[in-house]
Design a protein around this ligand. Structure first.
Ligand code: DC
Length: 214
């Protein structure tokens, strides 16, 4: 079974995907980390994120980098969003994601284009979203907990800028697949959001079982 989870930053999709992988015993890939690793490597190499050749040169990163918690920073997230607009770069990261999605054991992947581009025939597609204000509050609280000096308005502005870039790029823009189930987490605790996601997957599986193969 392939479960594709897409949605904007701080929607809860990462936590939900990890919990789905645990619940259904499936391997999990956070595809945003691949773009973050490119952003990190590009910064190391002194490259320009808006230059496609520099972005492609940063694709040859060591897989061990994916375990580096520093990839999760806001700065690297911004660079990841900028490099991800280049179709050539997206193609360079395609095979790795598709191989993961279509492994015999099945998989859960989260990102922006999993249900639309990477695994368009995924068994289950979830589009996880939340209002920009709710997402900014979550990000604000998370950064405060880490002891970072943060300003709410800056975080909200950053989230809006990232949404705009991810949704309006020409290549594989962030949008729900036509057959995706929407999960709005604005007014949900993370525990409730996880339970709803599990229920949506189970409902999809039983619909498929009752209707037979499409
Ligand atoms: O999910 P994230 O915040 O770690 O993703 C960082 C950036 O990477 C995001 O702003 C856009 C890009 N991305 C993408 O274009 N496609 C994906 N499947 C995952 C991430």
């Amino acid at each position: 079974m392939i479960i594709a989870v897409d949605g904007p930053t701080a929607s809860g999709k990462g936590t939900i995907s990890k919990e789905l992988a645990k619940h259904f015993t499936l391997p999990f890939l956070d595809t945003g980390l691949l773009y973050r690793a490119v952003g990190w490597t590009l910064r190391d190499q002194g490259g320009d994120a808006d230059n496609v050749a520099d972005a492609l040169a940063a694709c040859q990163f060591d897989s061990a980098l994916l375990d580096n918690p520093a990839l999760r920073s806001e700065v690297i997230g911004g660079l990841a969003s900028r490099v991800s607009v280049h179709p050539e770069l997206r193609r360079a990261l395609d095979k790795r994601q598709k191989d993961f999605a279509y492994q015999p054991a099945g998989a859960v992947l989260d990102g922006r284009d999993i249900g639309t581009v990477i695994a368009p025939d995924a068994d289950v597609k979830l589009f996880v979203t939340a209002s920009s204000e709710a997402r900014a509050v979550r990000r604000f609280e998370e950064m405060k907990r880490r002891g970072e000096l943060v300003n709410f308005d800056d975080i909200l502005a950053d989230i809006l800028k990232r949404d705009d870039r991810d949704q309006n790029r020409a290549a594989a823009p962030l949008k729900p697949a036509e057959d995706a189930d929407l999960l709005d987490t604005t007014n949900l605790t993370i525990g409730d959001a996880i339970q709803q996601a599990i229920a949506l997957v189970n409902a999809k599986i039983s619909r498929r079982e009752n209707n037979g193969p499409a």
